[in-house]
Design a protein around this ligand. Structure first.
Ligand code: CA
Length: 233
């Protein structure tokens, strides 16, 4: 689960990020509204935690822009503005929850968990043709045959399957799975894809992981009902 934390106050950002990471989430921090919007368009987040008083844009404006892009991930507002009016405004613009500063980390964590559970519009089981992946039990099978994957292989496959029919670049995969910027080291993805193919594709006649030239990799048929080898969009 990947969380975007939008917070300009470094002390709070560090504290929250460290706590969430300690609870098993991967966290990116944006220190301004513009940075937040850039990150939201670059990466797929499962949840956004949003401060309202940012140096450049008002958090509510950021939220509006995120919602205008049809982004559906849950947003938790974290703000020192405690008035009922502020809360109502935040929820009106599309926030899913509102937590007033100062707050106890355990409360933040409880809300994050609740929102992520609710935000599980994401299916627990992903299916591409005869390949199925159980996100909860972390099991993969193809044609009813169980396949053992290493944790990173599993994460890459899950990410590809969640984005079925969409080409994902190597750097998107690296950032999603390794939670860091591996620019220049993206061939690590090729290595893992080779391992994955050995397990989920090689034994079967139909290959599910496609290489998309100039971009990266994709699982499943391209979204525009084209042929398997259709060029990148
Ligand atoms: Ca602030």
């Amino acid at each position: 689960m990947r969380i975007l934390l939008v917070e300009d106050e470094k002390r709070i950002a560090d504290f929250v990020a460290r706590g969430l990471e300690g609870s098993g989430y991967s966290v990116d921090v944006a220190e301004s509204g513009e940075q937040a919007l850039a990150k939201v368009s670059e990466a797929a987040y499962d949840l956004i935690i949003l401060d309202l008083m940012l140096p450049d844009l008002d958090g509510l404006v950021v939220l509006e822009k995120i919602r205008n892009r049809k982004a559906t991930q849950p947003v938790l507002i974290l703000s020192a503005r405690a008035s009922l009016d502020d809360r109502v405004k935040g929820l009106d613009v599309g926030a899913d929850d509102y937590l007033v500063k100062p707050f106890a980390f355990v409360e933040l964590l409880a809300r994050v968990r609740a929102l992520l559970r609710r935000g599980q519009a994401l299916p627990e089981r992903l299916q591409v043709e005869d390949l199925s992946l159980d996100c909860i039990r972390r099991k993969v099978s193809r044609g009813g045959v169980n396949i053992e994957l290493a944790p990173k292989e599993f994460s890459i496959l899950e990410y590809l399957m969640r984005n079925k029919g969409r080409a994902l670049s190597r750097s998107m995969i690296v950032e999603h799975v390794w939670e860091m910027d591996y620019t220049g080291l993206t061939n690590i993805v090729d290595v893992y894809i080779r391992h994955l193919r050995g397990k989920i594709d090689d034994p079967w006649p139909d290959k599910l992981i496609r290489t998309v030239r100039g971009i990266g990799y994709m699982v499943g048929a391209p979204q525009e009902a084209g042929a398997a080898a259709s060029p990148p969009r």
